[in-house]
Ligand binder design. Structure first.
Ligand SMILES: NC(=O)c1ccc[n+]([C@@H]2O[C@H](COP(=O)([O-])OP(=O)(O)OC[C@H]3O[C@@H](n4cnc5c(N)ncnc54)[C@H](O)[C@@H]3O)[C@@H](O)[C@H]2O)c1
Length: 391
């Protein structure tokens, strides 16, 4: 039996939870989650205790015991943690957004008014520093974009590639009533608002499908070429009437975004994201191809439909992410982690590392997603004028 791949998790909160569960569902490749580190002794020790793993006081200590460092820390910490782990000779798993621009470190930095040209340049430089560190170390980057692995997207990839289809247009959305994370809403921690935090998901799924189309037909991915975008701060409009159902405490980020992406072959994708949507998460991507049309419903799905006449009946039942009420009709997720793609994501990462191949969601896709997102901010700064992507 092969030695297990030893994984260390950085971060001990929301993302760390589903990453750990994802590793524990991997089959056929021995995997051991060896430990966790985070910013506070209290959080890492609580996480370690609850999950039967070791807590390490620093990334350096964690690196002594693992082969892979999995970064579940906020975006601003991704680059320094990834580069340090790669320099220690570890493979890295990096959550979304891959990296970004988090300001010059001055007190008066406000992301929504800061130059987007500088942001784009710096975000791409940050990507390139991570990619260079991986190249120098001879280690892999696994980009933890779960939409690539969502069963609905995987099935569409199969339909697309086996039917020899050409995608002409895609439209997709990830929206809900506001992030649960305390750091969200301040550009210096999250690197942007709805666009970077949410649109990254359907966007990267769309980029992935066009890559797969090109690779299947011509052995070469079809990549994004240009983007036009708008962003808005709807909950901070003077005349916004707060009825108390949406999170509204954003500081210097947008709460609505749309991006129109043009690919190298002239086909297009329209991606939406917002913090303005009641009724649970709204995650979907529709594909219009020359030979088929597919609606990928990630959440909600109608695998289960429940009618509940009284809120308290489902008091102890998890229904679906960010649903405001359980009363009336709802569509509980039978296995939300699975439908969001997490188990298949960690299966692919571990198989890729065990066999020395690229993961389906790897470094080039990660960099393309950041190039589109920050070019979209540049376009939005210019009221939607097209921004061409530079490689
Ligand atoms: N794919 C998804 O569906 C999904 C969902 C939620 C979050 N995320 C991503 O996962 C990442 C973490 O999100 P979260 O909601 O768990 O964040 P969080 O703020 O709830 O937790 C962050 C954790 O990282 C630790 N941390 C921060 N900086 C650190 C550093 N320099 N060194 C060591 N530990 C550090 C903190 O102590 C904390 O334990 C983010 O990149 C987020 O965008 C992805």
């Amino acid at each position: 039996m092969r030695e297990p791949i030893r994984v260390g998790i950085v971060g001990a909160r929301f993302a760390a939870r589903f990453h750990l569960e994802g590793y524990r569902r991997v089959s056929g490749v021995p995997v051991e989650v060896a430990g966790v580190t985070s910013q506070t002794a209290e959080s890492r020790e609580a996480f370690a205790r609850a999950n039967g793993i070791k807590a390490f006081a620093s990334l350096d200590e964690l690196c002594d015991h693992v082969d892979v460092v999995d970064i579940c820390a906020p975006g601003a910490a991704h680059e320094p943690l990834a580069v340090a782990a790669l320099q220690r000779g570890k493979h890295v798993v990096i959550e979304k957004p891959f990296t970004g621009y988090y300001g010059p470190g001055t007190e008066d930095f406000r992301g929504n008014t800061f130059s987007k040209e500088i942001m784009l340049r710096e975000a791409l430089a940050s990507c390139d520093r991570i990619l260079a560190a991986a190249r120098e170390a001879g280690k892999r980057i696994c980009y933890a974009e779960n939409w690539v692995y969502a069963p609905a997207i995987e099935k569409e990839r199969e339909i697309l590639t086996k039917s020899g289809g050409q995608i002409l247009w895609m439209i997709g959305d990830e929206s809900h009533s506001g992030s649960h994370a305390s750091h969200y809403g301040r550009w210096k921690f999250s690197g942007g608002g709805s666009l970077v935090g949410k649109a990254c998901h359907p966007l990267t799924a769309a980029l992935h499908l066009k890559r797969a189309e090109g690779e299947a037909r011509d052995g070469k991915p079809i990549r994004p070429a240009a983007v036009s975008a708008r962003t808005h701060e709807i909950t901070r409009l003077e005349n916004f009437r707060d009825a108390g159902f949406l999170r509204t405490d954003y500081d210097d980020v947008e709460d609505y975004a749309q991006a129109h992406v043009t690919f190298e072959d002239g086909t297009v994708a329209d991606i939406f994201s917002s913090e303005l949507v009641l009724g649970g998460v709204h995650n979907w991507l529709e594909v219009f191809a020359n030979n088929h049309r597919t609606r990928c419903n990630l959440n909600p799905t109608d695998a289960l439909e429940t009618y509940n006449p009284k809120e308290e009946i489902l008091k102890h039942v998890y229904v679906v992410e960010k649903i405001g009420t359980k009363q009336g009709w709802s569509r509980p997720a039978p296995d939300e982690d699975w439908q969001h793609g997490y188990p298949r994501e960690f299966q692919d990462f571990m198989e890729a590392l065990a066999t020395g191949r690229e993961p389906l969601s790897g470094a080039e896709l990660a960099r393309d997603s950041i190039a589109v997102l920050y070019s979209a901010y540049l376009s939005a700064e210019r009221q939607g004028a097209e921004a061409r992507l530079s490689r």
